[in-house]
Structures are given as C-alpha cells and as structure tokens.
Design a binder for this molecule. Structure first.
Ligand SMILES: *[C@@H]1O[C@H](CO)[C@@H](O)[C@H](O)[C@H]1NC(C)=O
Ligand SMILES: *[C@@H]1O[C@H](CO)[C@@H](O)[C@H](O)[C@H]1NC(C)=O
Ligand SMILES: *[C@@H]1O[C@H](CO)[C@@H](O)[C@H](O)[C@H]1NC(C)=O
Ligand SMILES: *[C@@H]1O[C@H](CO)[C@@H](O)[C@H](O)[C@H]1NC(C)=O
Length: 862
C-alpha cells in the first residue's frame, strides 16, 4: 500500500476515532421529552417518507413531499392541512418494476424527491415513480398535476435509496443524482430547454458520489468584476487522490457557473466551469478527521458580508457516534477555486495513476472560471468561445489541490454519542446586541440540538425530542419570517413544527438567565421568561446575560415552601425539580449538607430526597440546592424548600390491622410518599420494614423498624437477601434454579454412588441393602448404577428422610417475591451457602467439594 504523507495523518486520524473516550461531550443543558413540548405535527394516515419540504413565506404555506403524495399545510400550524394531491404509480409500471427484481411494496412506489418552486402558481415535482423517474408541474391554483409527464432521468434518482439534491435557479433545475437504473452513473446536470448541461462521465469528475446539498450563491450586488451567479454542490465521494487500505471517502464542494453554455467542440453540452475541492473538517490538535458530509446549510444574514456554509459531518468509521459541525467562509471557497492550484493525474509504473499537484503553466482564461469582465475584455463573451486549451485543461483537472479550511481552522461543534443528520442555522441578536449563530442540528434518533458558540466554547442550550420514536430526522427547514419563526422537521413518519425556543418553560429568572439562550430574556413586568422576538416595544425590564450571570435577577420576595406531615417511622420523599443536566443537586437540612451515602437518606432520580425511618429529629427545613458551573463561576440556587413535620400518634389511636395488610401498606409507602396526610403508625413494632430497594438502590438498607415509642428498636431482619438479589431478573432466577437443580442431581448421584459402593456407613448401608434386596440385583456394573440412580430420582421420598435437604429447590422461588416480613423464613444467599457448608461437613465422606465450590462461587458471582 502506497501512502503519501497527508494520508498518513488521515490514517492516524481514523484510528484515533476508535480511541475517543471522554472528550467532545458537551451535554445539552436541558432535555425536553416529546410529551413535554407538545409540538404541532402533521401525519397523513397510510402515508410515509416525508422527505421533501418547501416553504412559501409569502403565503405561509408549507409544501410537503411524501411517498406518492404532496400536501400543502398551514406553515403557522402544520397540523392544518390545506390541500393534498396523490401521485401513484400505475399498475403496469409497478409490474415492470417488480419484474426487475424490486420490491413491490417498498421500492416500486413513487417517492417524491424534487419539490421546487417553478413560478408563483406552480411547483416542479419529481418522483422515483417505480424506477422510472418522472417530473410534473403542480398547479397551486387547482392543486392538481398538469400531466406534463417529463422524463425525470438525471433530475431524480431511480432508486429511493440513492442520494439526490436539487435547486431551482431562475426556472432551471440544477440537480445531482444518478442517471441510470443501477445508480452507477452519477451526474450533476442543468435541466434547461435552451442549454442543458451535465458532467463528464469520468472518475476524476465524480467518483461514486453521495449527494447532500446544492444551492445558488448570487453574484455580489455591486457586480464589480462582472461576476456570475454560481451553483454549489456538496457531496461525499470516494477519493481518487489518496490510495488507502479501504475506500476512503472525502467531502467535496463543487461549483458551476450559471452562465455556462458548455464548450463548442471540447466539452460540448458539458460544464466548462465544473471545479471541485476537498472540504476539511478536523481538529488540528487531535488529528481527528470528519470525512463524511451529512448536510449543509447556507447562512445568509444582513450583517454577513458573504454567506457562510454550515456543514454537518461524521467520521467514516463511526462506531462511536461522533459528529461535527464546521463552518466555511464563502470567500475562502472562492479563493480556492479562483486562485488555487489544480491537481493532475500522473501515470506511474504503467498501471497506477497518482494525483499530484500541478505546477505547470495554466492556460488563459483560467480553466473553470466563470466568464467575468476580464474574460469579456479579452473577447471571451461565452463559454462557447473559450479556447480549446482552457477547455481541455478543465476537462482533465476538475479537482483542486488546495482544500477548503473551516473558519477558525476547527469545528464549531464536536459531539460524541450522537449522529447528526441535518442542520439549519439562525443568526440572532441577543439583548445586548451581540450576534449569535444558533445551530439547530437534528439527530438520527429524532432529536434536535440547539447549540451556540460562547467564548470559544460550545453550549448546547437544549435538546428536544421532536419525534416520538427514535427515527432519523431527514429534513430540517427554518422559516425566516420575522416574529413567527419555526423549525420544521421531516422524517419517515411525519412532519413537526418546533419553535426556536421554549422560553416560557423557564420558571424563574435564574433559570431563564442560566439557559444562556439568546432568544430568551426574563421580563420583570411579566415576571416570566419571554421570547425576545415576541417582546414588543422597548427592552426595558428585560434581563438576559449570555455569560450566565444571574446577579441582576430580583431577590425573591418571599421564598415559597411546601409543608409536609409524615408519620413516625415512615419514609418521606421530597421533590426537587431541576431540569438542567449541568447542575448538581444537593440537599441541606437545617443548614447542614446531607450526605446521600448515609443510610438515612437516599436520592431518587438524582434529585428527589428520600428520608427513611422518620423520627422527631427529622422535622425541620429541607432545602434543595443546585450547583451549576457557568464559565468559571459556580452558581448556587435554592430550587425547593420543604418544611417537614414528623407526627407522633399516640398508641391508643392505633387501628388494629393484620400484619399482612400493614406490610402491604408499608411497602407501598415510599412510592406514594410526600403525601402530607398524617397516618396511623403500624400497630406492631416489627413489621414496617420500609424496603428501600423498591425505590432506590443507592442507600444501604439499614435495619429499620418502627414502634410508637420514640425509641427506635433495631430490628434484626436479615437484609442480605434484598441487598444481594434485588437486581436479579426472573431469567437469572431461572438460571440459578437450574444450576441449583443440576448440582442437587449431581449431589444425589454422588451420594447414591458412594452409598452403593459401600463407602458410607450407618443408615446408608441399611438403605442400600434394603434397596438391593428389594430389587434383587446382586451385581453392579456401570449401567446398572446409572439405572438405579434414575429410579431414585423418580421417587426420592425415602431418600429425603436421609438428609432433610430435599425441599431446598422449592424454597428458592423466594428470590422473586418480596419478603418484607420477618416471620417468613426466606433463604438468603448467605443462608444457602451456609446450609451447603453445613451439609458438606455433615456428609464429609462425599467427595463433593468441587460442587460446593461451584455453588458458592455462583452465589458470590451474582
Ligand atoms: C420509508 O418509510 C418507511 C416507514 O418508516 C421506512 O421503513 C423506509 O425505509 C422509508 N424508505 C425510504 C426510502 O426512506
Ligand atoms: C470571510 O472572509 C472575508 C474575507 O477574508 C472576511 O472579510 C469575512 O469577515 C469572513 N467572514 C466570516 C464570517 O468569517
Ligand atoms: C475583440 O473583438 C473586437 C471586434 O471583433 C476587436 O476590435 C478587438 O480588437 C478584439 N479585442 C481583443 C483583445 O482581441
Ligand atoms: C451512529 O451511527 C452508527 C452507524 O450507523 C451506529 O453504529 C451508532 O450506534 C450510532 N450512534 C448513535 C449514538 O446513534
């Protein structure tokens, strides 16, 4: 394997991916579950694969292309369907498709892949149409297809599994997809009545590309150098310039000029302006390379001199789930194409071609350049009259040697344990006027991350579960209309509409500020966290601090608290709701910090406090505090305050109930805790074993008991059982049972064998002779012995008298049931092994040591 220098770095980079462990794990500060946010959604029963979204801001309509259907819905409420039209595959087409070996139910259908605006009254729609791609015009007046039935070859893939991208520019469709049934002929084309153009079918032009995105960048309005509009294509393709152990993928940006007319002789009806370059997305310090492009968003904003491309990447070998976002300055991209060096293929050792930097003379006009004022001045007014030299050069050198580096030479965001799929970016102004690029990145599990760069660090403001199921988000769209802004997301199951922020969900000023969400500010007059863009009028009385400094939040006038009454000996659960995943919660009792490890306390869900075995001393004020590190500061907050009163109810009032019922009650108690009704204490001191294992595994279950007297009686119920077996699942029990039975059978066998051989004295010999006499079997050989063993197993009645250990397997079912009373004798692990030990000493003559060892180690192992 020949490797050139840069690829050596790439190899290490790809290997580093496997070693990735702790870094790159910015945690979303808040996680909104699907049910918490109640997003508006659209789904038509029986219709799937909502893969194309198109927004008309003027009419507030969202067009949705799905499988065999196109919908128009209200963009302000996607659950309101306005129009629908179906485009089904005819039966004969379906039959033909199925004949070619494709699936009738899934592949031989019409997947809408192109949904582009054609005019004010029509959309351009293409579908896979059972492997015979077709395009049509959809009238927005009648919402009917006009029946144009154009050939969709080169505009829409044949196979719904193949990649595609397209953009409509001035009524002409630019698309990147595959041109044939097999998907083996990639193409970037312009569908135009007067000048259709396409790429050469040659490996240096496109090498098994996977198309991701395309968009037009208009020439700068000043038009200084008579520039042209350019269409950019983004894709990942198999590298030609590096040879590698496996097929190395590389992310590319390619561009063509809108004014391109193709060549006159060379490159006839082909692009004369097709150039491509490698996109770099890596961390220089970790040599971590992200080389598979997933999605691109073009950020245009009034304050931006040139647009910025935001791109989502994953590594090629992504077993750890790493993703990155890189941003590219359009100026950098243009510089590479207009001034960069070209790559050239050189044949070495007859067969191999190697790509190297081309350092020779470059013909004029510059190959691949758009026709600009300079070219026009030299009488090259169209690509049709470009010299052959220039055209031949660009035909052979479509790949640039220079790569496009990201802004700041590093990713904007690297995240572990996630596969990002799509991205949209919004440029917004915080209250203090600072501009932030807010990245909305979707995952392959139906979630959306909202992230922002804050002082060279990335802050994931929140994570929202957009879809109920963990399915990949396939399209993201951002509306840019002022005041009513949403993110729309499409997946296989439907479309959802999400607001840009959930400001109102932050209940306190501190929460609102700590969110560090540029869209949200605390309104003093409203005493609520509000969306900046919906807050009308002057920004007085608004608090926002993107560094997370909540010092300007008003003092809490009166701290509210909740009062609870609990019965003596019970278990209390005190609630504390802190949504932040970055905060650590701790509890204070009468100003002392509680230690969760103490047997007295436990934590549920890392936040709620459990107090076991309540006594008078536990009455008082409990405070839940959270500690959150924001930049270099630690912010403390009192999240909840509880006043607890433990009531002692005189014994005379005790209602006599049966111990069993009481046990039941006490078992449920911790689960329904925080009930502020004073209850009656249990009548007997022994039964209330508040089983902490039912609620939390954290605290060591202390021997607990209860009596009506304040004095605490230490109960002697062995707790080993609960501690050790509480995690055993039913399947484990079964395993244990069968193991136990196996050993028991072995034990029986050995016992019987030894007995039969006469190694055992006393009762055993009596038993033996009785047996031998009864069966009249004077002689023994191996088979006989086996036979007799089987018989013994069938009727073990007499045998059980011998050692009294017979019922043990039955007792073992105790693993599965909760044992809260001290009266029932439950074998614990230790008791079991104890008993086996007894046995081994008692029945010394057996050579059963190893079995016992197994039994022991088995119990310990669990
Ligand atoms: C279409 O949606 C179905 C149902 O969710 C899914 O199984 C299938 O993979 C999707 N097909 C494509 C091509 O996206
Ligand atoms: C992009 O590059 C140009 C020229 O170097 C520069 O003026 C501009 O500020 C850059 N934009 C961004 C967003 O970095
Ligand atoms: C361009 O063409 C015009 C008219 O055909 C001619 O007068 C002029 O000299 C040409 N200029 C160059 C630079 O060749
Ligand atoms: C990311 O994708 C890879 C490959 O498809 C998969 O093995 C991995 O489980 C995914 N990780 C996450 C966190 O979704």
């Amino acid at each position: 394997i020949r490797m050139c220098a840069p690829i050596g770095g790439l190899l290490t980079a790809l290997v580093v991916v496997f070693g990735m462990a702790v870094a790159f794990a910015p945690v979303p500060r808040i996680t909104w579950e699907h049910r918490e946010v109640r997003l508006l959604q659209f789904h038509e029963p029986g219709i799937y694969n909502y893969s194309a979204l198109l927004l008309s801001e003027d009419t507030d309509t969202l067009y949705i292309g799905a499988r065999e259907a196109v919908f128009a819905v209200n963009a302000l409420n996607v659950s309101e369907k306005q129009h629908e039209v179906y485009w089904k595959v005819s039966e004969d087409k379906k039959a033909k498709c199925a004949e070619k070996g494709k699936s009738r139910q899934t592949e031989c259908l019409n997947y809408i892949r192109v949904l582009q605006p054609l005019s004010a009254t029509a959309l351009y729609v293409c579908g896979t149409n059972a492997f015979q791609p077709a395009c049509d015009h959809l009238s927005l007046i009648s919402f009917k297809f006009l029946g144009k039935n154009e050939d969709g070859k080169g505009r829409c893939p044949f196979d719904p599994a193949h990649s595609y991208t397209s953009v409509m520019v001035d009524g002409e469709l630019y698309s990147g997809t595959s041109y044939n049934f097999l998907g083996s002929e990639p193409i970037i084309s312009r569908n135009s009545s007067h000048s259709p153009l396409r790429t050469e079918y040659a490996i240096p032009w496109l090498n098994e590309p996977s198309f991701v995105f395309a968009d037009v960048i208009r020439k700068s309005s000043d038009g200084a150098d008579g520039e042209d509009d350019k269409v950019y294509f983004f894709f990942t393709e198999v590298s030609v310039e590096y040879e590698f152990v496996f097929r190395l993928m590389l992310p590319r940006i390619a561009r063509v000029c809108k004014g391109d007319q193709g060549g006159l002789r060379t490159l006839q009806k082909k692009w004369t302006s097709f150039l491509k370059a490698r996109l770099i997305c890596s961390r220089p310090d970790s040599s971590l390379v992200f080389n598979v492009l997933r999605d691109v968003f073009v950020l245009r904003a009034p304050g931006l001199k040139v647009p910025v491309f935001y791109a989502v990447f994953t590594p090629q070998l992504n077993n750890v789930g790493l993703s990155a976002v890189c941003a590219y300055n359009l100026s950098t991209v243009e510089e590479v194409f207009s001034q960069g060096k070209y790559m050239q293929s050189a044949t070495v050792e007859q067969s191999h071609t190697k790509w190297v930097r081309y350092n020779g003379p470059v013909p004029r006009p510059r190959p691949g350049a758009c026709i600009d004022s300079e070219a026009r001045a030299a009488n090259y007014t169209s690509s049709l009259n470009l010299p052959d030299k220039t055209l031949q050069f660009v035909k052979d050198h479509p790949l640039m040697d220079d790569s496009v580096n990201p802004i700041d030479n590093r990713p904007r965001l690297i995240k572990k344990d996630v596969n990002y799929t799509q991205i949209v970016v919004d440029r917004t102004q915080a209250l203090d006027g600072t501009v932030y690029d807010v990245m909305f990145v979707s995952t392959d599990r139906g979630a959306l991350h909202k992230a922002v760069s804050l002082d060279n660090d990335v802050h994931i403001i929140e994570e929202t579960q957009l879809f109920q199921d963990a399915e990949p988000v396939q399209t993201l769209l951002l509306s840019s209309k002022k005041g009513r802004r949403f993110v729309y997301a499409g997946s296989n199951s439907g479309v959802v509409q999400a607001p840009l922020a959930f400001c109102a969900k932050h209940g306190t000023c501190e929460d609102c500020v700590l969110a560090r969400d540029p869209y949200c500010a605390w309104s003093l007059p409203a005493a609520a966290c509000v969306s900046l863009h919906q807050a009308e009028g002057p920004s007085r009385g608004l608090i926002q601090d993107m560094s997370g400094d909540a010092a300007s939040c008003p003092d809490k006038v009166k701290e509210s608290y909740r009062q609870h009454f609990f019965k003596h000996g019970g278990t209390a659960e005190l609630k504390c709701s802190q949504k932040s995943n970055l905060a650590r919660v701790f509890w204070k009792f009468q100003n002392g910090v509680l230690k969760a490890e103490s047997p007295k306390y436990g934590l549920v869900g890392r936040k709620n406090l459990l107090i076991f075995n309540l006594s008078e001393g536990d009455s008082g004020v409990y405070q839940c505090l959270s500690e959150e590190r924001v930049r270099n500061k630690t912010v403390f907050q009192v999240v909840a305050k509880h006043v607890l009163e433990v009531k002692l109810v005189p014994r005379t009032l005790a209602v006599p109930t049966s111990p069993a019922v009481q046990t039941e009650g006490s078992r449920i108690a911790p689960k329904v805790s925080a009930v502020s009704t004073p209850g009656f204490p249990p009548p007997t001191p022994a039964v209330q074993v508040s089983s902490p294992r039912a609620v939390t595994p954290a605290p060591k279950p202390a021997p607990t008991s209860t009596s009506c007297e304040p004095k605490i009686v230490i109960n002697t119920v062995p707790q080993l059982h609960s501690e050790k077996t509480m995690y055993l699942k039913p399947s484990d029990n079964r395993l244990l049972m069968s193991l136990f039975l196996l050993f028991f059978v072995l034990f029986l066998c050995l016992f019987f064998y030894n007995c039969y051989q006469g190694y055992l004295p006393g009762h055993c010999l009596k038993f033996r002779s009785a047996l031998l006499l009864g069966k009249k079997k004077p002689k023994s050989d191996f088979c006989d012995r086996e036979q007799s063993l089987k018989e013994t197993l069938v009727e073990p009645g007499s045998f059980s008298q011998q050692n009294g250990e017979q019922p043990r397997p039955a007792l073992d079912t105790g693993y599965e049931t909760e044992q809260d009373t001290i009266t029932s004798k439950v074998p614990t692990d230790r008791e079991d092994s104890q008993r086996i030990d007894d046995l081994s000493t008692k029945d010394k003559p057996f050579d059963v040591k190893c079995e016992l060892k197994f039994a022991d180690s088995d119990a310990d192992g669990d």
